[in-house]
Design a protein around this ligand. Sequence first.
Ligand code: UT7
Length: 337
Amino acid sequence: MSREIPPTECCVTIAGTGSYVPEKVLSNADLERMVDTSDEWITSRTGIKERRLAADGQATSDLATAAAKRAMEDAGVSAEELDLIIVATISPDAFFPATACYVQKNIGATNAMCFDISAACSGFLYAIQVARHFINTGNRRTALVIGAEKLSSMVDWEDRNTCVLFGDGAGAAVLRRDDSGDAGRKVISASLGSDGRMTDILHVPGGGSAMPITHDNADQKLNTIRMQGREVYKNAVNAMRRAAEDALQRGGLTAADVDMLIPHQANKRIIEAIGERMGIPAEKTFINLDKYGNTSAAAVAIALDEANKTGAIKDGDNVVLVAFGAGLTWASTLVKW
Ligand code: UT7
C-alpha cells in the first residue's frame, strides 16, 4: 500500500477542468462488422456502447491541447501563467520528446516545465499528485495536468478480446496554489501504489528497447495491447477499493462521507463491484464508459470534467477519484469540491 508522506500544508485547488473527445464514433454495431462479437456481449460484459476514435492526422498532443484549452478557460488561467505541464499517457506522440512539450508549443505556455508520466490508467491521478508536490514545495504555482490517449493507434483491430474495450480522448485540470486556505475544490489526500510483479498481464510487448520493432514482430502485431482480462479484473477491484479507502482515511473520512465516486472507466461490472464493497450507492458513482470505453489515463480526467460541467458534483462535495491500470498501478485522490 501507499507510503505517502502528507505534503506540507498549503492549499492546492482544482481551478478548472476540461475535456475533449474526437468526433468519430465507433459503435458496438460497427465492431460487429469487424470482429466476431456482439452488442449484447460487449454491453453485458463491460457496459460500453460506443467509443471515440481520433482522426488519422490527430495525435495524442492534439487531443490533449483541446482538453487543456477548455480547462484553462474554465480556470481563467492564461498560458503564460502555467509553470508546469504534465501529460499522463501511454500513447505519446513519439518516444521523445515528451507529449507535454508538444502541448506547450500548441498553447504557447513558454514559462512551463514539461514532462510526461507513464502510469497507464492511473496516470492522471499520479500526475495530480506530482503536481501537488511541486506546488506544495513552492517550486511551482500553476500546473496543467492532462490525461490523454490515442489508444486506437496501439489496438489490434482483429483481436476481439481487446479492440472492443478502448477509445481515444483527453481530460485536463488546472491546479493552483491558494494561500487563502478557504478555496473550494481542494485536494485533500491521496493514495498511490504499484506492483511490478504483474507487468505481463497488461502490456504492449514490442516496439520498445526490450523488443525493438522488426518486420517479423510487427507482422505478429507485438506492438499492440495484450491483456489477460480476468487477471486484470480481479486485481482492479481489490486495488481500487483499497486505494480509495486509504485516501479517505488519510483525509479523515470514510466511505459513508463520499458524495461522488469517480472511478476509472474500464468496466461497469468493476465499478459496481467497488461500489458494493465500499457501500457506495450507484447514484453516487459516476459512469460515462458507455460513451467512450476505456481511455486509460484520460478516463478519470474526462469523467471529472463531465461531473463538474453537468453539476453531478457540487460545492462542498467529498469527491473520490480512483484508478487502476497496467504496471500494475493504482491511485486515489480525495477532493473537497
Ligand atoms: O484499464 C486497465 C484496466 N483494465 C481493466 O480493468 C479490464 C479488466 N477486465 C475486464 O474488463 C474483463 O475481464 C473483460 C471485459 C476484458 C472480459 O470479460 P470477462 O467476463 O472477464 O470475459 P473472459 O475474458 O472470461 O471471456 C469470456 C469469453 C471467452 O470465451 P470462452 O473462452 O469462454 O469460450 C472469450 O473468448 O468471452 C469471449 N470473448 C468475447 N466474445 C465476444 C472475449 N472477447 C469477446 C468479444 N465478443 N469482444
